[in-house]
Design a protein around this ligand. Structure first.
Ligand code: 13P
Ligand code: SF4
Length: 354
């Protein structure tokens, strides 16, 4: 539905008043009405780098979810303020690994005698606490666009990886990109003693996968892949690596949101694509590429938005920009110094990956 013209005008006026003082970042899953005001858009890796690209901006307005705003705060200078237009924009996957649970897990690995040889690799979609844990224990952060490089790096540092918190990205990268077998991976359940695993299972595993997942990407199934192939002959199936392993195995291509966009840009006219990722992005791509005679459809028949990404809407953006323009700092995301220093270590290891 078209945006309220009054709100559009207010957002424009407030942004103009702020001028170079504000830098607006928009994740690809954001609503069209928000993307319209973003100075840069990107996947979580690109946005982590872009956050630090405008040191002169006093305010970084992050249109995305909480962990992204935290990462931006960690990577920008102390006098830059990172603002999340709705504080309730979290990520259910990131919430699946708490600092207490991860500390317990590390104790279990220590008891099993494998903590010294295990390297934590944490997906960007995790809290600053988990990133700090990762940095403290010699590990790195990864995103869906550099997970393979992160695993390669980690296996140079140690023998095993503790992958947090997305089991699917961990498993898909291990099996699809690194040639490991499903048997090399074990699933650590934070709600069970010792993760629900025997000491022997922990010792034999190459990849200890945390039992977290994205509920948005969890909706895609092998049936959705088979259905779309039957419906659209010759269709290319392209999915995000947060999808289940069997879905990724059934797809033709796998990649981050930025990869998905690049793949469609490079695709020949007349080609057909079914995309397995969040719906705001897929709809935007379907509209954009229809003009180039590329057919883009959503992989599933149901509608699946990321409900927390969608919390950032035009009214929240207007309120944020108008408050900042009046000199009132709202919804600042600030990571404490101690957490920040270790989390930064882990993020910098990621940024230094080849
Ligand atoms: P990317 O933007 O890195 O592909 O990640 C998708 C996602 O789920 C972000 O929350
Ligand atoms: Fe989190 Fe999934 Fe939403 Fe990404 S799409 S922010 S992983 S819940």
């Amino acid at each position: 539905s078209p945006s309220d013209p009054d709100l559009v005008e207010r957002a424009r006026a407030a942004k103009e008043k702020l001028g170079d003082k504000v830098f607006i970042l928009g994740h690809h899953y954001q609503r069209d009405e928000v993307i319209e005001f973003a100075d840069v858009t990107g996947d979580s890796f690109k946005l982590a780098k872009d956050a630090a690209a405008k040191p002169e901006a006093e305010y970084i307005v992050f249109c995305g979810v909480h962990f992204m705003a935290e990462s931006a705060d960690i990577l920008t200078s102390d006098d830059q303020k990172v603002v999340l237009p709705d504080l309730a924009a979290g990520c259910s996957m990131a919430d699946m690994a708490t600092a207490e649970q991860v500390a317990e897990c590390w104790d279990a690995l220590t008891e099993a005698g494998i903590a010294d040889t295990t390297v934590p690799v944490s997906y960007m979609n995790s809290s600053a606490d988990i990133k700090a844990f990762t940095g403290k224990h010699g590990g790195t952060i990864c995103t869906s666009s550099n997970a393979k490089k992160a695993l390669e790096w980690a296996f140079e540092q140690g023998e095993k990886i503790l992958f947090l918190p997305d089991q699917h990205l961990g498993r898909n990268t291990a099996v699809r990109d690194m040639g490991m077998s499903l048997d090399d991976c074990v699933l650590y359940n934070p709600h069970k003693p010792n993760g629900g695993l025997t000491v022997e299972q922990l010792r034999n595993a190459k990849m200890i996968l945390w039992r977290g997942h994205c509920s948005v990407h969890g909706r895609f199934s092998v049936d959705s892949v088979n259905d779309v192939r039957a419906r659209i002959p010759g269709v290319n199936v392209l999915v995000h690596p947060e999808c289940k392993h069997e879905v990724v195995a059934a797809a033709d291509y796998v990649g981050s949101t930025e990869y998905i966009i690049k793949a469609l840009e490079a695709a020949p006219a007349g080609s057909k694509w079914a995309i397995g990722t969040e719906l705001n992005l897929v709809r935007r791509l379907a509209n954009r590429f229809a003009a180039e005679d590329k057919e883009v459809v959503f992989l599933d028949k149901t509608v699946c938005f990321c409900s927390t990404m969608n919390r950032i809407d035009l009214p929240h953006l207007v309120w944020t920009l108008e408050s900042l323009a009046e000199g009132t700092l709202v919804n600042q995301i600030q990571v404490d110094k101690e957490t920040e220093s270790f989390a930064k270590l882990a993020l910098e290891r990621m940024l230094a990956l080849p």
